[in-house]
Design a protein around this ligand. Structure first.
Ligand code: 13P
Length: 253
């Protein structure tokens, strides 16, 4: 069946020394993941190589990046391409995070290009979607998320979709301490799965891992992960604290 994944999105945090310490603390706990469970650590770019060397011998632990360029290569100062990420051993790349959409003007169309380049270079995109508070208040979150999926993912073949993970991150729950209730998360995850089923068929939908993100922490992870359509989490703040991240991983069951 589909994979259960806990992914840590470190965002723009930690020095190299702190990053090494965090990874070592997590690995030294000696967690044994069950079949079909994966952990991803999405570090800042400068730490990827080091993180790879630390993670590479631990089964089930994968390396993620937090972004990749929408162009293949060339004169794009400051950008990092999917090919570069692949060449340093990155497995997953977070694309379409709401912070990238808001502060760096990433559109659904730009994200479609990034998804294509990631897949072409053997990276698995963790594609983020999710609505702002005003959309939730207007109760139009389903339409909003459906459009994000349609414009960034639906050009993919069913075969390509196999390598895509979806993360639902309601913007009003990110870094706010305000978590979507388990019922709100389940409703949206079931809706996303139904959308995928309508486009790609039931089998493809059942195979797609859909993660929840937004103030997930040890105290609420169990209830969220128990929802039938929640296949794990994309964790921000709590992924920077080894004990919290480990506790969340253990809630995968
Ligand atoms: P927090 O867990 O800090 O709310 O962040 C969620 C997130 O944005 C993960 O990508």
């Amino acid at each position: 069946m589909r994979k259960k994944i806990v992914a840590g999105n470190w965002k723009m945090n930690l020095t190299l020394g702190q990053a090494e310490q965090l990874i070592n603390d997590i690995l030294q706990a000696g967690l044994r993941l069950k079949d079909g469970q994966e952990v991803v650590m999405a570090t800042p770019f400068p730490y990827l190589l080091k993180a790879k060397s630390l993670l590479k011998n631990t089964p089930g632990f994968y390396l993620g990046a937090q972004n990749s360029a929408s162009e293949k290569s060339g004169a794009y100062t400051g950008e990092v391409s999917a090919e570069m990420l692949q060449s340093v051993g990155v497995d997953y790349v977070i694309l379409g995070h709401s912070e990238r959409r808001e502060y760096f003007q990433e559109s659904n169309a730009t994200l479609a290009k990034k998804i294509d380049l990631a897949l072409a270079n053997g990276l698995k995109p963790i594609f983020c979607c999710g609505e702002p508070l005003e959309v939730r208040k207007a109760e139009t979150q389903n339409e909003y998320v459906a459009k994000q999926l349609e414009e960034s993912l639906y050009h993919l073949t069913e075969e390509q979709l196999k390598n895509v993970v979806i993360a639902y991150e309601p913007i009003w729950a990110i870094g706010t301490g305000l978590t979507a209730s388990a019922a709100q998360a389940q409703d949206m995850h079931a809706f996303i799965r139904a959308q995928i089923a309508a486009k790609y068929g039931r089998e493809a939908a059942l195979r797609t891992s859909i993660l929840y993100g937004g103030s997930a922490k040890p105290s609420n992870a169990e209830e969220l992960f128990a929802c039938p359509d929640v296949d794990g989490g994309l964790i921000g703040g709590a992924s920077l604290v080894a004990a919290d991240f480990l506790a969340i991983i253990q809630k995968l069951g």
